[in-house]
Design a protein around this ligand. Structure first.
Ligand SMILES: *[C@@H]1O[C@H](CO)[C@@H](O)[C@H](O)[C@H]1NC(C)=O
Ligand SMILES: *[C@@H]1O[C@H](CO)[C@@H](O)[C@H](O)[C@H]1NC(C)=O
Ligand SMILES: *[C@@H]1O[C@H](CO)[C@@H](O)[C@H](O)[C@H]1NC(C)=O
Ligand SMILES: *[C@@H]1O[C@H](CO)[C@@H](O)[C@H](O)[C@H]1NC(C)=O
Ligand SMILES: *[C@@H]1O[C@H](CO)[C@@H](O)[C@H](O)[C@H]1NC(C)=O
Length: 619
């Protein structure tokens, strides 16, 4: 690299002095991750301002492909998906940007973002292997996204200083340099020759060998538990010279349903940060603000078993899920102040939260009684079960309906092959809830009945795997459901458009269905509450409820699973609430509602309650 001309806008590597050069001057960044898709748009500016006031010069941003290309060739850059508006705000606040457009992003995001719903998953696993169909989908996406990015590059007068190619590709052991080379070519063709392109991998030798490529600057990621000398030593073996970069310094960690709430000490995070800054390294903190997996956007991991990620992505990050500064933020800010001046201006205090208190709901209807509303085009007939993917149902739920083929006077085993219930199946016989089958848990139930009795199984997609080799994570009934080992057939399959109905105001105005007496099994509950004066942020608890989803005013706030935990409350941003007219609540409870269906709105979150395995097994 030739020395940068100080007059031009430039952002380059300086191999001689082991640093970046910005406009010719030595530069290192202190950055934090924020995902616009996990933060309600009205809160973007607030979160970015607080990041700026923490002393960060830079923010690191993922672009989730499947959030924007919702179906092959169908793009959405509006509302919360307006990535350009988000980037405008970063520029307005004087922040630089490190962009991570994937195409695979992990991020504990549904399917790692790595292809639109509806692309043939079998033909296009990502990113472990790269058949032509996948590369074609990647290229057509990059041709839509990167032209929006190019004018925002630092060299073009914008604030994007670098762009990551792929993400932790070395963790897939595919070691397909041809794939990385293909991406490098596409990024260069669409972004030009000047922009700094880089890769990020964990500090293992194998990961760094397979994830790096000549022409892409290598960086590593590691948390406060790692030995800084060793981790940067590993980086030095692939990049003997140039700036030291930790692209993901873990300030906390994610939570899985059914596991303990994760937390990382502020002092420990601050100490590790100081050690790295002492070495002159550039650091991005992952996450600086985690936010929320609203609707169906949470991903899952696979380690011995399927592990879905909670709705909250608080991450124990310096800025909490609701965007409030924490003790960790101030510890980090103090460390930063030892290395560079902090911006002038006080950190805004925590925003007020409001405990709206108890809100009574009433049962509207059992789910099976409203299939005409949730699946207006009617069921698909199939002799054997079909997957969500086969029926182009991206997220949410489908009902599989059939009848018992013969009399079953004595308890018979209703079951599916292991790992074929993806991810949970709520079983109803003659519309009576019988129990739940799980992907890696209970896969059989005992039933009795008569030939012709109706059998329904509501399949729930809990989010596709975002890390590991199993990214072709098909959903629905992947195998035959059988009765005493004889496969059941003649299915009617209902893909459910629940969100479409709820967004249109259903079922608020409707009178409860007459048949809606019981409190067991999948059913809808509704209610309203008013906000006095100002629509403050709040957190809603589900006392005695089991598992389901919550919408307020048609906005899908995500999954609750009070029975399994650890998360006990859902974050409700004030921006979804209305002042001066009732706020409409819709709950889909999947297993069992409490005797009095009440919700409790609190002024603080509850993330930490884990039930033991024995309790889980009795669910
Ligand atoms: C980190 O690793 C280096 C090199 O292996 C070793 O000398 C040092 O003691 C380690 N530091 C800590 C805190 O374990
Ligand atoms: C969760 O709660 C338990 C007991 O209530 C406590 O021992 C534990 O430290 C808490 N964990 C976190 C991460 O807050
Ligand atoms: C993928 O998932 C299947 C079960 O669904 C499991 O048997 C297999 O071990 C997984 N593979 C990897 C590499 O995790
Ligand atoms: C379901 O059973 C039928 C009949 O035995 C068989 O042809 C079919 O392959 C099975 N489907 C799956 C997904 O196992
Ligand atoms: C709540 O539902 C009612 C009945 O459908 C509707 O008239 C009203 O506009 C809804 N309110 C909000 C805030 O969505």
């Amino acid at each position: 690299l030739s020395p940068a001309s100080p007059s031009a806008r430039s952002f380059q590597l300086d191999y001689e002095h082991n640093c970046f050069r910005k406009d010719g001057a030595p530069f290192r960044y202190i950055s934090g991750s924020i995902h616009y898709a996990r933060v309600p748009r009205p809160a973007w500016r607030d979160r970015l301002l607080k990041m700026y006031l923490s002393g960060l010069s830079t923010v690191q941003v993922y672009v989730p492909w499947n959030y924007h290309e919702t179906l092959p060739g169908v793009y959405d850059f509006t509302g919360n998906r307006d990535v350009e508006a988000f980037l405008d705000l970063t520029a307005e606040l004087g922040l630089l940007v490190i962009l991570r457009p994937g195409p695979y992003i992990c991020a504990e995001w549904e399917m790692a973002g790595c292809r639109p719903a509806g692309v043939d998953a079998a033909a296009s696993p990502c990113p472990a292997s790269v058949p032509p169909a996948y590369l074609a989908a990647v290229d057509s996406w990059l041709h839509v996204l990167l032209p929006k990015i190019r004018p925002r590059l630092y060299q073009q007068g914008g604030n994007i200083i670098s762009v990551q190619v792929e993400n932790e590709y070395g963790s897939y052991y595919a070691c397909d340099y041809g794939y990385l080379r293909h991406l490098l070519g596409s990024f260069r063709a669409l972004l030009g020759s000047e922009v700094l392109l880089f890769t990020t991998d964990s500090a293992g030798a194998q990961e760094l060998r397979c994830g790096t490529l000549q022409g892409l600057y290598a960086t590593v990621d590691f948390g406060p538990g790692s030995n800084v000398t060793e981790a940067f030593g590993a980086l030095r073996r692939v990049e003997p010279k140039g700036p030291l970069v930790n692209s993901e310094y873990y300030t906390g960690w994610l939570d899985y349903w059914g596991e303990a709430h994760a937390s990382t000490s502020a002092a420990w995070v601050a100490r590790g940060l100081e050690d790295m800054l002492q070495l002159g390294a550039s650091i991005n903190m992952y996450m600086f603000h985690g936010g929320t997996n609203f609707a169906y956007w949470s991903g899952a991991d696979y380690k011995d078993q399927y592990k879905p990620v909670t709705t909250s992505y608080d991450y124990d990050a310096p800025l909490s899920e609701a965007g409030d500064p924490t003790e960790k933020l101030f510890a980090i800010r103090t460390v930063i102040s030892k290395f560079q001046p902090l911006p002038v201006g006080p950190m805004p205090p925590a925003t007020p939260k409001y405990a709206y208190g108890w809100v009574a709901l009433r049962k509207y209807a059992d789910l099976l009684d409203v299939l005409d509303v949730l699946c207006p085009s009617g069921p698909i007939q199939s002799q054997f079960p079909l997957t969500f993917e086969a029926l182009k149902q991206a997220y949410g739920f489908m009902v599989y309906h059939t009848q018992l083929p013969w009399d079953v006077p004595d308890p018979a085993t209703l079951g599916a092959p292991p790992h074929s219930i993806c991810d949970r199946g709520y079983v109803m016989l003659q519309k009576e809830y019988q129990g739940t089958l799980e992907r890696d848990g209970q896969t059989t139930l005992h039933v009795t009945g008569r030939g012709g009795d109706t059998l329904d199984i509501l399949l729930e997609n809990m989010g596709r795997i975002s890390f590991g080799a199993n990214t072709s994570d098909f959903k629905g009934l992947l195998g035959n459901l059988s009765l005493n080992s004889r496969p059941l057939s003649n299915w009617q399959i209902y893909p459910l458009a629940i969100d479409t109905a709820v967004q249109q105001g259903w079922p608020q105005a409707a009178l409860p269905k007459s048949s809606s007496a019981g409190r067991v099994g999948p059913a809808f509950y509704t209610g309203t509450f008013e906000t006095p004066g100002i629509a403050w942020d709040t957190f809603v608890k589900f006392p005695g409820w089991s598992k389901g989803l919550l919408w307020i005013n048609g906005f899908n706030l995500g999954r609750y699973w009070s029975r399994r935990g650890p998360q006990q409350t859902l974050f409700v941003p004030g921006s979804v609430l209305h002042v001066g007219r009732p706020n409409n609540i819709t709950v889909l409870e999947l297993e069992e509602a409490p005797p009095s269906p009440l919700l409790l709105f609190l002024d603080q979150p509850l993330y930490n309650r884990t039930l033991g395995r024995s309790t889980m097994a009795t669910e």
